[in-house]
Design a protein around this ligand. Structure first.
Ligand SMILES: Cc1cc2nc3c(=O)[nH]c(=O)nc-3n(C[C@H](O)[C@H](O)[C@H](O)COP(=O)(O)OP(=O)(O)OC[C@H]3O[C@@H](n4cnc5c(N)ncnc54)[C@H](O)[C@@H]3O)c2cc1C
Length: 462
C-alpha cells in the first residue's frame, strides 16, 4: 500500500473509527489465508464496516489511492479466494451480521452479509422456516453468494444463485446498487443477481442479501445405504435420479472417508462406500418414495440399508457428513487440504469417479472421495505436504487430470468452491471466447482491476 500507507490509514480511521481499522499482526495473519493449501500473503490493513455507507467510503478512499480491496467473510473458501496477493485492504464483514427482516408470508429473509448459515437457521426455526444451502463450513451468506456455494440439499432446493432475490452491492466507485427485487420472477433486463452471485468479490461488495427460504417439511426421514464398490453406489444414485424420485439429499462417502467419519464423530457406521440420504415431504408421499428408492438401491447391489427416522440419529448423520473435511484434516496434522471439485452431467458421473480413482493410484495418493453426487459434483480430498515440491506437483497434475476429464465430458472445473486463484488456469478452456464477455464486464465495473485482483479472471489481458 506504500507510499501513502499512513495517510490512507488515517483517512480510514476517520471514516470508520480507530478500533475498526487494524494493522495488528495477528489480525493481518488471520486475513492472509483461507482453509486450503494456497500460500498465505498478508493484507496491508483490515477494516470492519458496519453499513453500506461505510463500505462505500472505504471503496472511495481505496479508489483515490489505487489500493486493492479484498472482501472477507469467514475465510473458509478453498481456492485462495481471499488471499491478498497484491496487498491492499481486506474488508471483514463480521460486524455486519444482522438478520434485518423475516417475511414468512413471502418466504423471504433480508440479511447483512456477515450472517452465517447456522445463525440464520436458528432464527428461521421460530417461524417454521429454513434456509437450504449448507456448505460443509459454517460460512457467511455474503461469502456463500460470492462463491455460488451449494451443499447437500442442492439436489432438491438448488444452489445459492437460486436463492438470491436481491443484493445490495457497493461498486468499485463507491456507488450502491440493488440487483433484483422481491418478486418470484421477472423478465426485466439483464439478470444482475445471476451476474453478481459467483463473482468472488471481483465486481463489488455485497452489503445486504434478500434470500428465499422454505417451510420445514412435514416429514423428514434420513437413510444410509452401503455398497460393495463405489461404482455400485454411484450407479444407484443415477438410478434414483433417473426414476424421478424427489430426494432432498444424496451424498456419497467412500470407505476411507467413512473411517474418518467414525474416528472423528464417534459413530460406528459400516466402513464401505455409503450413500447418506434424506427424503422431505408428507407421510404418504415419503413412504412411496422411500420404498421405491430402496428397491432401486437393492437392484444396484446395496448391502445394508438403514432408515434414520428419529431426529437425533438423523442430525448425527448430517453432522458427521458436514464434519468430514475437518475429520480428514485432524487425521493429517502438518498437511494442507487440496480438494478437487468438478461437476459432471449425471450420466458421466460414474466414469468421472472411476477415472479419479485410477488417477489416485497413478499419482500415488490415498485421498478419499466424497460428493454431492445428486448434482454430479464430487470431491477427491487430498492432504498434502506443501513444503514438498514434488508432492505439490503430483497433486496439481492429479487435479488437472480430474478437471480435464470433466471438461471433456461437458462438465465444469468447479461445481461449488469457485475459481479463486486455483482454477483460473482452466477458465479459457472451459469458457472459450465467452471469457472475453466476462472480461468486458469486469472492465466496465472495475476498470482499474482493484477488486480482489488476481482472482477468477486474468485481468492483465484487459
Ligand atoms: C470443511 C469445508 C467444507 C466446505 N464445504 C463446502 C461445500 O459443501 N459447498 C461449498 O460450496 N463450499 C464448501 N466449502 C467452501 C467454503 O465454505 C465456501 O466457498 C463458502 O461460500 C465461503 O464462505 P466464507 O464466508 O468463508 O467466504 P470467504 O472465504 O471469506 O470468501 C469467499 C469469497 O467471497 C468473497 N466475499 C466474501 N464476502 C463478500 C461480500 N460481502 N461481498 C462480496 N464478496 C464477498 C471473497 O472475496 C471471496 O472471493 C467448504 C470449506 C471447508 C473449509
Amino acid at each position: 500500500m506504500d507510499p501513502n500507507k499512513q495517510t490512507v490509514l488515517e483517512e480510514l480511521k476517520q471514516l470508520l473509527s480507530e478500533d475498526r481499522v487494524s494493522t495488528n499482526e495477528s489480525v493481518l495473519d488471520q486475513h492472509s489465508r483461507d482453509e486450503s493449501y494456497h500460500e498465505p500473503v498478508m493484507p496491508d490493513a483490515v477494516v470492519f464496516p458496519l453499513s453500506a455507507q461505510d463500505v462505500s467510503g472505504i471503496m472511495k478512499t481505496a479508489g483515490k489511492y489505487g489500493i486493492p480491496i479484498i472482501p472477507f467473510g469467514l475465510g473458509t473458501s478453498l481456492e485462495g479466494h481471499v488471499i491478498p496477493y497484491s496487498g491492499g485492504i481486506s474488508i471483514d464483514f463480521s460486524l455486519m451480521d444482522k438478520i434485518l427482516e423475516v417475511k414468512p408470508e413471502d418466504f423471504l429473509v433480508r440479511v447483512q452479509p456477515g450472517v452465517t448459515r447456522s445463525k440464520l437457521n436458528q432464527e428461521l426455526k421460530k417461524y417454521g422456516l429454513f434456509f437450504s444451502v449448507d456448505p460443509g463450513a459454517d460460512a457467511t451468506l455474503g461469502g456463500m453468494a460470492a462463491t455460488n456455494a451449494s451443499g447437500t440439499t442442492s439436489v432438491k432446493y438448488g444452489v445459492m444463485r437460486d436463492q438470491v432475490r436481491d443484493l445490495e452491492v457497493v461498486l468499485a466507485d463507491g456507488s450502491i446498487i440493488h440487483t433484483g427485487n422481491l418478486a418470484v420472477k421477472s423478465s426485466s433486463g439483464y439478470n444482475l443477481n445471476g451476474l453478481f452471485v459467483g463473482s468472488e468479490g471481483t465486481l463489488g461488495c455485497f452489503t445486504e442479501l434478500t434470500l428465499q427460504v422454505y417451510g420445514i417439511p412435514e416429514s423428514i426421514v434420513g437413510a444410509r445405504a452401503s455398497f460393495g464398490t463405489i461404482g455400485q453406489a454411484v450407479n444407484a444414485v443415477v438410478g434414483v435420479l433417473q426414476a424421478g424420485i424427489q430426494i432432498a439429499r444424496i451424498e456419497l462417502i467412500d470407505a476411507q472417508s467413512m473411517r474418518h467419519v467414525n474416528g472423528y464423530s464417534g459413530t460406528d457406521y459400516k466402513e464401505a462406500p455409503t450413500l447418506f440420504m434424506e427424503f422431505h415431504g408428507n407421510e404418504a408421499g415419503l413412504r412411496q418414495d422411500m420404498e421405491f428408492a430402496e428397491e432401486i438401491l437393492e437392484d444396484h447391489g446395496c448391502e445394508e440399508f438403514k432408515f434414520e427416522r428419529d431426529s437425533t440419529a438423523r442430525n448425527q448423520l448430517w453432522d458427521a457428513r458436514h464434519d468430514l473435511a475437518y475429520a480428514v484434516m485432524r487425521g493429517n496434522p502438518g498437511k494442507k487440504m487440496m480438494v478437487t471439485d468438478v461437476c459432471l452431467p449425471i450420466s458421466q458421473l460414474a466414469a468421472g469417479i472411476d477415472s479419479a480413482q485410477q488417477g489416485m493410484k497413478e499419482f500415488g495418493f490415498e485421498g478419499g472421495i466424497v460428493g454431492h453426487v445428486g448434482d454430479g459434483n464430487y470431491h477427491a480430498l487430498l492432504m498434502i505436504d506443501t513444503d514438498n515440491p514434488e508432492e505439490m506437483e503430483r497433486a496439481e497434475k492429479f487435479n488437472e487430470k480430474i478437471v480435464e476429464f470433466a471438461l471433456s465430458r461437458g462438465g465444469s472445473c468447479t461445481g461449488e468452491h469457485g475459481v479463486g486463484i486455483g482454477k483460473m488456469k482452466y477458465q479459457k478452456k472451459e469458457h472459450g471466447d465467452s471469457l472475453n464477455v466476462m472480461l468486458a464486464v469486469k472492465k466496465a465495473l472495475d476498470p482499474e482491476g482493484r477488486l480482489n485482483p488476481g482472482k477468477l479472471l486474468q485481468t492483465d489481458s484487459i
